[in-house]
Design a protein around this ligand. Structure first.
Ligand SMILES: NC(=O)c1ccc[n+]([C@@H]2O[C@H](COP(=O)([O-])OP(=O)(O)OC[C@H]3O[C@@H](n4cnc5c(N)ncnc54)[C@H](O)[C@@H]3O)[C@@H](O)[C@H]2O)c1
Length: 328
């Protein structure tokens, strides 16, 4: 198949490109390299079934040509990361909402199957874990910019499902929970690369809040398996599906694990959310996916643990294969 990956030079998109190239597909990546990196796809350049276009998904005439000429689309391009969202709220909303609008419009016009990634952020302050796809969503006030990401992604979900309802556009919405692994950059506030890189340099590890807040970390290679499966499964069309890992760990435990696996002498340094992100920042205490729907619909079962993830990030930082992964 001919497959278009928007944001394919990003963290998740580049792993997806690797998998789909290995399966024999022809891949076009469009990426403006705003948070993505050329280095993520450099190894694919020159491959006869790979093409990179450095441009924005806001370029409507280009997007129309690309979508008309493809068999399916993975729309991974997005503004990502809490720090970026706090610092560039306008760009965040425009990229997420307008970019997805362009993609859905042309996928609908040319009847192309498309995957729209959403995020666990849409569950917002929901307190009843694990989060299920049919749960109510509860976000904060509009003057708290972090919620702009969740709301823009929620609107993307509504728009995708509206296209499915009105014209049966073959679309799947996937809510990704914290997805981590090689190639993720710590630059935009991502916690795993930030902790591992600090631990490797024996520098203090900065924890926002008291570190009791918990998250579930999914290995990008497990998640990418799920992304391709949902679009291959007709029953998933018109559905919203959680993907990630449901093993819960506190941020303090994550830091301790990074220290243990790197053999580091780093100390933990706690800073308040206000200090890190400005006054009035809100965070959620727990974020755990229910994977029941993914298990039922695509037999989804993550196989890589938090230790596998940290070891892969360490291995990458030490300069060995960026794509290599243990599967213990
Ligand atoms: N990594 C996670 O934990 C996580 C969690 C929830 C949701 N997601 C979603 O998964 C998708 C991929 O995220 P990621 O972690 O790989 O982030 P990423 O920042 O590595 O990838 C996003 C890519 O989109 C590109 N991009 C941004 N704006 C663009 C534009 N206007 N035109 C073309 N390209 C553009 C960036 O340069 C980057 O390469 C996003 O939709 C994100 O919201 C990721």
């Amino acid at each position: 198949m001919k497959i278009l990956i928007t944001g394919g030079a990003g963290f998740v998109g580049s792993h997806l490109a690797d998998k789909l190239i290995a399966e024999g597909h022809s891949i076009t990546v469009i990426d403006d390299l705003s948070t993505g990196r050329y280095a993520n796809i450099e190894h694919l350049e020159g491959h006869e079934r790979f093409r990179l276009i450095i441009d924005t998904v806001m370029n409507q005439s280009l997007m129309e040509d690309l979508i008309r000429d493809t068999d399916r689309v993975f729309h991974m391009a997005s503004a990502v990361g809490v720090r970026l969202i706090m610092e560039q709220p306008v760009k965040t909303i425009e990229t997420i909402f307008h970019g997805t609008d362009v993609v859905l419009k042309f996928c609908s016009r040319y009847r192309k199957p498309v995957l729209i990634p959403s995020t666990s952020e849409v569950y917002g302050k929901g307190a009843s874990v694990p989060f299920r796809e049919e749960d109510d969503l509860l976000t904060g006030a509009t003057d708290k910019h972090r919620w702009a990401y969740a709301c823009a992604k929620t609107l993307d979900e509504f728009l995708a499902l509206a296209h499915f309802k009105e014209t049966r556009l073959p679309v799947v919405v996937v809510r990704l929970f914290n997805t981590v692994g090689p190639r993720q950059t710590g630059q935009y506030g991502m916690v795993v690369p930030r902790f591992v890189h600090a631990a490797m340099k024996n520098e203090p590890i900065t924890i926002h809040g008291d570190g009791t807040q918990s998250r579930c970390f999914g290995h990008v290679l497990d998640v990418v398996e799920g992304l391709t499966k949902v679009l291959d499964t007709p029953a998933c069309l018109g559905q919203v599906i959680n993907l990630g890992n449901d093993e819960e760990t506190s941020i303090k435990q994550l830091a301790e694990k990074a220290i243990e696996l790197t053999g580091s002498t780093s100390e933990l340094h706690f800073v308040s959310y206000d200090e890190a992100y400005g006054e009035g920042f809100e965070d959620m205490q727990r974020r755990v996916p229910s994977l029941d729907k993914a298990r039922r619909m695509i037999g989804y079962q993550p196989t890589r643990s938090l230790a596998d993830i940290i070891n892969d990030v360490i291995r990458e930082a030490k300069g060995s294969s960026a794509a290599g992964s243990t599967n213990a």
